[in-house]
Design a protein around this ligand. Structure first.
Ligand SMILES: Cc1ncc(COP(=O)(O)O)c(C=O)c1O
Length: 386
């Protein structure tokens, strides 16, 4: 049996895979089992921040592998504490909890909000408000947080205590807040899976401003938008707001599983011994990888991400077959005349890997993709959109 047949035989069919086996790569170029080259504009869905088999990333991972690959959280390891320090210094947050994925980073955010609200105001204050059309993960609790009914239908009953409101409508949010039961509001500044949809800046600012006076936590899901993706270290930084809780994962460790939940001043003391835990969370190899990623996301790189994003936007805006461009930095959505899935298939045939998000073509290239590859890929995408 070949890889496609074995996959069909042994893997639960939860993914609709393309008939493509990627066997190796370098940076933003990957190769299939037939030796065909592709320019990768998906980065494993915003994970490989510096592309595939990046030499500096590998060096950091291999060096840590040669020391210790795992220790339980009963002991200290340097990469874990170094990374926590770096994350706090760069965001002004105060404490970090490490996990292994975006869903788990959000689970921790939700637990933090519930416990914080219960500690300060009693157990009745336990509602988490999220946005319609949001995506926060696939565990039963983060599905409940996800404001898209079609994800919920087959898995009832979900964790109770979630209310989703239309993004951009402060009155709808206010109505829920008036119940006095809201522990936290969780949002993505740019809804990724929801179709690369930026939330209105004034709405994000209102949700942030109300948090203190109305006694809830302002929580930002930076799983997809984080770690340089939008041209700032975290996307909330575009909006002049200061979240109480930030969850992140995906690009943080550049291709190894790591989630992080950052706790700000109001919530820094929420967790005590035994309140939360994870066997693999804070794994030293993943943390060493993340340290190398974070150290490279400096102002020069962020400025490059912004100019590459602008460059792509200019290529696609008003181009034939493209109705609109959304997103920030290297997180872009193209509303195309042809169905997005057809565009993505045509691109793949012509050597470019891109993604869809709802009805859009979604581009999430590596942060260090060279302009020459962007130009080559843009030409192929434009041709596919016609
Ligand atoms: C905004 C957001 N939150 C959470 C998740 C879930 O992350 P993971 O698949 O690592 O659990 C995703 C994944 O796409 C995401 O885009």
């Amino acid at each position: 049996m070949n890889v496609f047949e074995k996959d069909q035989m042994y893997i639960a069919p939860t993914y609709k895979r393309f008939p493509l086996e990627i066997v190796r790569g370098a940076g933003s170029e990957v190769f299939d089992s037939q030796g065909k080259r592709y320019i990768d504009l998906g980065s494993g869905i915003a994970v490989t921040s510096f592309g595939v088999s990046d030499p500096l990333w590998q060096e950091a991972v291999i060096a840590q592998l040669g020391k210790v690959q795992h220790m339980s959280n009963l002991y200290y390891t340097e990469p874990c504490t170094e990374l926590a320090e770096k994350l706090c210094l760069r965001t002004g947050m105060k404490k970090v909890f490490f996990s292994n994925s975006g869903a788990e980073a959000n689970e921790c955010a939700i637990k933090a909000a519930r416990k914080w609200a219960s500690d300060h105001y009693g157990p009745e204050k336990n509602i988490i408000v999220t946005m319609e059309n949001s995506f926060h993960g696939r565990t039963l609790t983060t599905l409940a947080a996800t404001g898209q009914d079609h994800y919920h239908e087959l898995f009832q009953p979900l964790t109770p205590g979630f209310v989703s409101v239309p993004a951009g409508d402060p009155d709808a949010l206010e109505k829920v807040i008036e119940t006095g039961r809201v522990a936290g509001v969780l949002l993505e500044c740019i809804q990724g899976e929801g179709g690369v949809l930026p939330l209105p800046a004034d709405y994000i600012q209102t949700v942030a401003e109300w948090a203190k006076s109305r006694n809830y936590l302002f929580m930002v899901d930076e799983v997809q938008t984080g770690n340089g993706r939008t041209g700032e270290l975290y996307s909330y930084m575009h909006f002049g707001v200061k979240p109480d809780v930030v969850s992140t994962a995906k690009g943080l460790a550049g291709g190894l599983p790591l989630g992080a939940t950052l706790l700000g001043e109001r919530v820094q003391d929420v967790f005590h011994f035994g309140d939360h835990g994870s066997t693999f969370g804070g794994n030293p190899v993943c943390c060493a990888a993340a340290l190398s990623v974070l150290n490279r996301i400096d102002e020069a790189l962020l400025s490059e991400v912004r100019s590459k994003g602008e460059y792509l936007r200019c290529q696609f805006e008003n181009a034939p077959g493209v109705e609109a461009v959304s997103g920030l930095g290297l997180m872009l959505g193209l509303k195309t005349v042809r169905p997005a899935s057809e565009v993505v298939t045509a691109c793949m045939q012509n050597g470019v890997l891109c993604l869809t998000a709802k009805e859009k073509v979604r581009l999430l290239p590596a942060l260090n993709i060279p302009f020459s590859l962007l130009a080559e890929a843009a030409e192929i995408i434009l041709e596919a959109c016609k």
